[in-house]
Ligand binder design. Structure first.
Ligand code: PEP
Ligand code: MG
Length: 587
């Protein structure tokens, strides 16, 4: 039977077009080893089982509440059936009785019991009861995950190229994903600057996020077209559509190929005004791609990924070795290492961090580091030590005012003193910068500029805070406008304040990688554009197609417009006029 074709619109997260088979992240089997236990371990195993049941119950109740609120009570009721499975006394008793008798770990017993239940239900000649199999299997998987601590997905173990389909992917999921076998990914939730989207770009995998119901509309093995340029996903396309997208894919690839020769050319305007083009990276493994895309260094090394995917905090020594590697590899160019930016949508499983109502406004980034000075100082010492081997700079995330900045600097000074005392070499002149990503910092940037050597504007957060728009919420993604006059005014004042105090100003938010907006940023006087390596050639192409004066005029005109949409339309038309081949990148 011919499968129905469905088109879904989401948010483009990483450019490119891909056609492939769907791989549903949550439909994976969980493997369980049958390990023996001792008689005295039985009570511990029973407690583990009970804790897993409780955790699962909490998870299901939360999902039920969310679905009932968003889709109606009748949809939420589906999860009542899940709760019934969870409270099935016969099932629970059977696990405990067998556990005591067979003396094997509880996950192995539980898996066996669940399988037995499923095969018994399969034999029942009653459609309603047979439908309960999926409930039992769903709940069973949840309990097993809670028992084994299994990560939601095993994306590192894929053996064939697939398009990953998920409700969401955690940063650690994307960090462990093997690029070779993931040719695209699509998610229900997330916005343009969610970390899932940022990772997609850094891995150079076409991606669309915020599709809302892709996991409900797709099954394992369905054919998917992912258009990461326009944010469209087509499930089970017909042959004509596949042909159309194959042609589109070729066009995009040749557009990218045409940009490749730019990598050896300077990033300067037609009249010779130079700007620095550097890259944002999450993992040191990305360094080889910098050269390939013509980056002059690293404008943002997000160190938190280094803290993820491990059972404990990385020691100073482990960090030092990694930062030293990065410093040596990027020499003679600079690398800006951003200190730990946890919180928001980045968490560590092994660090006790309280659940917060507003995590983006909560105990995150520099706030967390100042409250945990030993963790912070460990990282600072590691960076300082590595600075002896290359051109490192350091910057603090989420600075919101002068006191925070001074506090961070004084802990940095303590770290320097430690090293001096112990005669450990480091770069005494290493530049220190502040990320400007909180409106209060942007508005007081004239004051903050006295304490640092540079600013790097973090528009991903600056936009969400200035416009009060959660950067990962797809429902309000239409309000997340980098071209909003409020955002442009903030950026202008940061650049002007920085320059009047004699410091340089860069940008490491995703906005720096949007070709049309690069025209404005250039005109406002931005000194450095740091963005995902994959879009750097496009930004260079834009910079090389105008004079500084032309860019200034564009920025000036943009600042007179009243809405984000007007600004965006204006710069889109300017971009098409100046660089006609960019029509493919402008919606
Ligand atoms: C930003 O906020 O713009 C930024 C670069 O930091 P992150 O995306 O890691 O929050
Ligand atoms: Mg940020």
């Amino acid at each position: 039977m011919k499968k129905e074709s469905i088109t879904l619109n989401g948010i483009p997260a990483a450019p490119g077009i891909t056609i492939g088979k769907a791989y549903m992240v949550d439909s994976e089997e969980i493997n369980v080893a049958k390990c023996r236990i001792k008689q005295e371990d039985i009570p511990k195993e029973i407690t583990r089982f009970k804790v897993a049941l409780l955790r699962t119950k909490k998870e299901i109740l939360a999902i039920k509440e969310k679905i009932s609120k968003e889709m109606g009570v009748e949809h939420g009721e589906i999860f009542s059936a899940h709760l019934l499975v969870l409270e099935d006394i016969m099932l629970i008793d059977e696990v405990i009785v067998r556990l005591k008798k067979e003396k094997v770990c509880v996950e192995a017993v539980f898996l066996d019991v669940i399988k037995k239940y499923i095969s018994a239900f399969l034999k029942i000649d009653d459609e309603y009861l047979r439908e309960r199999i999926s409930d039992i299997s769903d709940v069973g998987k949840r309990i097993l995950k809670n028992l084994t601590g299994a990560k939601k997905s095993t994306l590192s173990g894929l053996t064939r190229p697939v398009v990953v389909v998920a409700y969401d992917l955690s940063p650690s999921d994307t960090a462990t994903m093997h690029k070779k076998n993931v040719i695209g990914f699509v998610t229900d939730i997330g916005g343009r600057t969610s970390h899932t989207a940022i990772m997609a770009k850094s891995l150079e995998i076409p991606a669309v996020v915020g599709l809302e119901e892709i996991t409900r509309k797709t099954k394992n093995g369905d054919t998917l077209i992912v258009d990461g340029i326009r944010g469209v996903v087509i499930v089970n396309p017909d042959k004509a559509t596949v042909r159309k997208y194959e042609a589109e894919k070729k066009r995009f690839q040749s557009f990218e190929k045409d940009l490749a020769p730019l990598k050896g050319l300077p990033s300067e305007t037609k009249d010779g005004h130079k700007v620095v083009l550097s890259a944002n990276i999450e993992l040191p493994e990305e360094i080889p791609s910098l050269k390939h895309h013509g980056a002059e260094g690293i404008g943002l090394y997000r160190t938190e990924y280094f803290y993820m995917n491990r059972a404990d905090l990385p020691s100073e020594e482990v960090q030092y070795r990694s930062y030293k590697f990065v410093a040596e590899k990027t020499k003679p160019h600079f690398t800006i290492i951003r200190t730990l930016d946890l919180g928001g949508d980045k968490f560590l499983s092994h660090l006790e961090m309280p659940r917060e109502m507003n995590p983006y406004l909560g105990w995150r980034a520099i706030r967390f580091c100042l409250a945990r000075p030993s963790i912070f100082k460990n990282q600072l010492r590691a960076i300082l030590r590595a600075s002896a081997y290359g051109k490192l700079k350091i910057m603090y995330p989420m600075i919101s005012g002068l006191e925070e900045l001074k506090q961070a600097n004084s802990i940095l000074e303590e770290a320097r003193q430690d090293l001096r005392k112990n005669k450990i070499p480091f770069d005494e002149k290493m530049e220190v910068g502040a990320m400007i990503e909180v409106p209060s910092a942007a508005l007081t940037s004239d004051i903050l500029a006295n304490e640092v050597d540079f600013f790097s504007i973090g528009t991903n957060d600056l936009i969400q805070y200035a416009l009060a728009v959660d950067r990962v919420n797809e429902k309000i993604a239409y309000l997340y406008e980098p071209a909003h006059p409020a955002v442009l005014r903030l950026i202008k004042s940061v650049i002007d304040n920085g320059h009047s105090k004699g410091i340089w100003v860069g940008m490491c938010g995703e906005m720096a990688g949007v070709p049309s907006l690069a025209l404005i940023l250039l005109g406002l006087g931005l000194d450095e554009f740091s963005t995902s390596p994959i879009v750097l050639p496009e930004i260079k192409r834009v910079i090389r197609s105008v004079t500084l004066d032309e860019a200034k005029k564009i920025a000036h005109k943009a600042l007179t417009l009243s809405t984000g949409r007007e600004v965006q339309e204006y710069v889109d038309s300017k971009l098409k006029e100046l660089v006609p081949e960019f029509a493919i990148r402008v919606k």
